[in-house]
Design a protein around this ligand. Structure first.
Ligand SMILES: C[S@@+](CC[C@H](N)C(=O)[O-])C[C@H]1O[C@@H](n2cnc3c(N)ncnc32)[C@H](O)[C@@H]1O
Length: 328
């Protein structure tokens, strides 16, 4: 099923990405089966504070988040890029503990992640109704705009956790959220997890550099796995060892960028595209952006998506934030 979804899109996306003057590939390409497993490993690395902090916030504030949702009505939780949904289980468990009728719709491009999520949720939270959706959430029309309970509509909460909104320019993130929330009504909620920008008196740039350049080299493997995937699925002839992982801070754009840098001058054939792409030594493919937010920018993002912020939670040093917006 995964192959079917990607086969058409992938060739076009790779062709146009590698034909650009500044070569780039979209970050959803990371998440094949191996990439999804590698991402789970990244979330357990000591340097990768993002997952740890978000889990801590969800653990501590799940019931405060749910205080904003009417307890008397059923709740449908939709999640963009749910991944393994291990952190989300904390919120879902708290919602079920309120004796609510709770449905969960994880939306992800990775079949591996959705299977993982469905399996552990069935075991941990048997009362939860889970309806996984395998698809690209950046495409419209969006599945999350389909109402699950037209007869007796409960409340809806849209989640975008793991700092994944940061993979997009703000305008694009707003476009994705607007499409995803098309079926949502006044009083419904949006919960977003954002990684906060470095500041002179708190998180520093070196903490970010460490998080994306871990000592064990798992992020480097995750980045290079994209080339392994193109070799397998598009008959590309990349030699992944001839591309170096690089992650650096782009202060002007307030984001971490990941690149794959060609260590030699080389030409790479991609059979499925019947095309070869030339790389100068030092030339790179831009593979990911991770935008870091100020509190003001976080508010602006949710507001532009039609969900003004009604509450936010941070760790004491404001490295990470959960922002809750309500449909106005
Ligand atoms: C950074 S991971 C975050 C996973 C999880 N939400 C967490 O917080 O740990 C991004 C997730 O979004 C999924 N994803 C990325 N781009 C996507 C897209 N365009 N459509 C659907 N899912 C996507 C990936 O497969 C992956 O599971």
């Amino acid at each position: 099923m995964e192959a079917l979804i990607h086969s058409h899109a992938m060739g076009n996306v790779v062709r146009s990405g590698l034909r650009q003057k500044q070569k780039s590939l979209p970050s959803w390409l990371f998440y094949d089966e191996v990439g999804s497993i590698l991402f789970e490993r990244i979330t357990t690395l000591p340097e990768y504070y993002l997952t740890r902090m978000e889990r801590m916030l969800l653990c501590r504030y799940a019931s405060a988040i749910l205080d904003h949702v009417d307890r008397g009505r059923s709740l449908t939780v939709l999640e963009l890029g749910a991944g393994s949904a291990r952190k989300t289980a904390l919120l879902l468990r708290a919602a079920l503990a309120d004796k609510r009728d709770v449905s969960y719709q994880p939306i992800d491009i990775s079949a591996q992640s959705l299977e993982d999520a469905a399996l552990h949720l069935a075991e941990e939270l048997p009362a939860l109704r889970v309806q996984p959706v395998l698809r690209d959430f950046s495409e419209t029309p969006h599945p999350a705009s389909v109402r699950l309970h037209d007869d007796a509509r409960g409340q809806q909460m849209l989640l975008w956790l793991g700092s994944s909104a940061g993979n997009y320019e703000q305008q694009e993130a707003v476009r994705i959220l607007t499409a995803a929330a098309a079926g949502m009504e006044k009083g419904d909620h949006l919960l977003i997890g954002l990684d906060m920008a470095p500041r002179a008196d708190g998180k520093r740039t070196h903490h970010l550099l460490e998080a994306y350049n871990d000592a064990a080299g798992v992020t480097a493997e995750f980045n290079r796995n994209l080339l392994v995937r193109l070799n397998r699925e598009l008959g590309a002839k990349f030699r992944p060892k001839q591309f170096e992982h690089s992650a650096h801070w782009n202060a002007a754009a307030s984001r971490m960028e990941m690149h794959l840098v060609s260590t030699v001058a080389q030409s790479v054939r991609i059979e499925a595209l019947e095309e070869s792409f030339f790389f100068q030594r030092g030339e790179f493919i831009h593979t990911e952006n991770s935008h870091k937010y100020t509190r003001e920018n976080g508010h602006a993002l949710l507001c532009a998506a039609g969900f003004p912020v009604v509450a936010e939670w941070h760790d004491p040093d404001v490295w990470y934030g959960l922002f809750l917006g309500e449909r106005s």
